[in-house]
Design a protein around this ligand. Sequence first.
Ligand SMILES: Cc1ncc(COP(=O)(O)O)c(C=O)c1O
Length: 358
Amino acid sequence: MIPSAKTQIGDEERAAVDRVLRSGMLAMGPEVAAFEAEFSEVVAGRHCIAVNSGTSALHLSLLAAGIGPGDEVIVPSFSFAATANSVALTGATPVFVDIEPDYFAVDPSAVEAAITPRTRAMMPVHLYGHPAALGALSAIAERHGLLLLEDAAQAHLASVDGIPVGAWGIAASFSFYPTKNMTAGEGGLVSTADETVARTMRLLRNQGMEKRYANEVVGFNNRMTDIHAAIGRVQLTKLAGWTAQRQANAAFFSENLRGVVTPPTAEGAVHVFHQYTIRVVDHDRDRFGEELASHGVGSGVYYPTPIHRLPSFDLDLDLPTTELVAGQVLSLPVYPSLTEDELATIVTAVNAVASAGS
Ligand SMILES: Cc1ncc(COP(=O)(O)O)c(C=O)c1O
């Protein structure tokens, strides 16, 4: 069976972890500082603050940007729950808007229509590695005096008009969960050009302290360890090559798949294919996935239930594209270690299932 996702950990990562363990400096130390400095190069030199997960990155960046009770933050419902959880955990209200069907990100006109006097921010998600419509969203944010925060958990190295994700809004959050385009084991990072947000992030992740035992604000322990940072540093050196391979795999699929809707890339956008997500429109999506499995091809559904309909939010909203797409999406294996044989097997399997009357 070709698994739907695969994490690549090699000897260099193992050696880096061993180096940290031998050093005795395990908590937030020199490896974290080096990781932040190195990651800064992929977000146009912005300040980088590493934390223990992508969820912490989202949560703390919202807090650091001043979001709290009484505020509304516009988010997509078609995302991983962490997007909305992080807003709710600040005491603010996530306001769910619909997506556009091609790129699976928030529809800028739906964002604009959802603005109320309580709206403070929008947090688009660069879902599957395709950047949201950052040009249009930035313009709306500016016109209405809103903050733009990016959920870039799935989109390391994606860009729009030559500007990388993570360098658009007041803050952006990345995840280093094992299945992401690069991993630190677990981990997250916030990029920001705003000195106050950067400093507040550093305080919030470490119990509100810059100076030991001189706690300035009420904070968390959301620190990244040096062990995780050391893994992240090695993976970062491989990210560009892996991303190019993901893009090549995606191009092969888009050229050869028949009978399903393949994912387009918007003009000016660089898609980094965290997922290669097709839409199954002529068949039952779940049956389609089962049939692929019988051909030895794993696949995944991200995400079967829109966030607003999860028991944790349970809202009765009219988001027709979100509802439609949640029943159609199917992500194929696209990770960089796929062999040519595996790529061919995936194409043959998808085309066979698509052409059969399942
Ligand atoms: C879109 C999105 N946002 C946020 C997160 C949260 O990241 P983490 O799992 O590192 O907490 C993830 C990943 O899991 C994600 O896919």
